[in-house]
Design a protein around this ligand. Structure first.
Ligand code: SF4
Length: 336
């Protein structure tokens, strides 16, 4: 998930705890987050309440998933000295504002969010005909407005959620006065990487190359990766633009070599085995510092826990201010 909110110099982004991350998450979101933290006051949220909306059935491995994901965040370069890294459920204001906003959100608004029906179909094997799942976008609205954001950097699929947030904010402000900031969606391009089967890299397809993988395990997976289906024999000319291995080259290999590979593949002067070995080396080279930091953080669970506690303490300050203003406006704070 990508909840992101920006107000002038502040950004909040979130991700559901899905355990150890893969290089698609790294290139699709984390790399961008590392840049964000350079320029903005950054809040990075473990969206654990959100994960319950589709995964409430079995929560036994939630702590492990959160730990593994945060370790990967830190390994990828999120810096707790510069960013606020926190767990959503440790800042109770998210839940309380969600409750208050849910009071004013008509059911019809939620039922027409496109991702609602899509996910119901996609996850037909799970029972997610729940109040919590329908209300997911209200929780996301609460996440956004708690930090008084003006702009929300999102992918195309998240635009309806921001639109809903705007409607909720307008309704709230219309009922109780101008308290909440109406956020605006800013479209961001997320890089999508292919998995070893050529489909989009995703844990649910079991086709990932994970950040925690050893060099050898990663190279082995790439050796089995699908290529241009028309290139059956070594002497057949290839079509790099149709090959998922080439898509990885475009992300991890330097531009000059990518041009060479493009030409050599079309001339059949490079074989897929060698081409794959080149991409494995390029990925392993880039992953080297991440693997080192990863094993360091993995050996310090107490420190990781402390980072989440410290982050929650800081996030709470802003969240509390907003919630207080909301409750004042709704006459929930005092008797007068
Ligand atoms: S040589 Fe490389 S780019 Fe060409 S088909 Fe084989 S793996 Fe793909």
């Amino acid at each position: 998930m990508g909840v992101g909110t920006t107000i002038k110099d502040r950004v909040l982004s979130g991700m559901q705890p899905s355990g150890a991350l893969h290089i698609g998450n790294w290139m699709g979101a984390l790399e961008n987050w590392v840049k964000i933290q350079e320029e903005f006051e950054s809040y990075f949220m473990v969206a654990d309440y959100h994960s319950l909306t589709t995964g409430y059935h079995d929560t036994h491995d939630l702590p492990q998933k959160i730990f593994d994901m945060v370790v990967d965040w830190l390994a990828a370069g999120l810096d707790p000295e510069r960013s606020i890294i926190f767990r959503q459920s440790m800042v109770a204001e998210h839940a309380e504002l969600h409750l208050l906003l849910s009071m004013i959100t008509p059911l019809g608004w939620l039922e027409r969010v496109p991702s609602y029906k899509e996910k119901l179909k996609e996850l037909a094997q799970r029972d997610i005909h729940t109040y919590g799942f329908l209300g997911y976008p209200v929780l996301q609205s609460a996440d956004i407005v708690l930090y008084q954001a003006h702009k929300v950097p999102v992918g195309q699929d998240q635009v309806p959620h921001v639109e809903l947030t705007r409607e909720i904010v307008r309704r709230f402000n219309g009922l109780y006065g101008e308290v909440l900031v109406e956020p605006e969606a800013v479209l961001t391009e997320a890089r999508v990487l292919p998995g070893v089967d050529g489909k989009k890299m995703s844990k649910s397809y079991g086709n990932t190359l994970s950040l925690g993988e050893s060099e050898e395990a990663l190279s082995q997976k790439i050796r089995t990766m699908v290529t241009d289906p028309a290139r059956i024999r070594r002497k057949d000319p290839g079509h790099p633009q149709l090959c998922p291995v080439f898509s990885l080259h475009k992300v991890f290999t330097d531009a000059e070599r990518v041009r060479d590979i493009d030409r050599s593949c079309q001339e059949a002067s490079i074989g897929c085995v060698d081409c794959k070995a080149l991409v494995s080396s390029a990925i392993n080279l880039k992953l080297h510092p991440i693997r080192e930091r990863r094993s360091l953080w993995k050996s310090q669970p107490d420190k990781v826990e402390e980072i989440l506690h410290e982050g929650a303490r800081t996030a709470k300050v802003m969240a509390h201010q907003t919630l207080d203003a909301v409750k004042d406006a709704m006459h929930l704070n005092t008797l007068t």
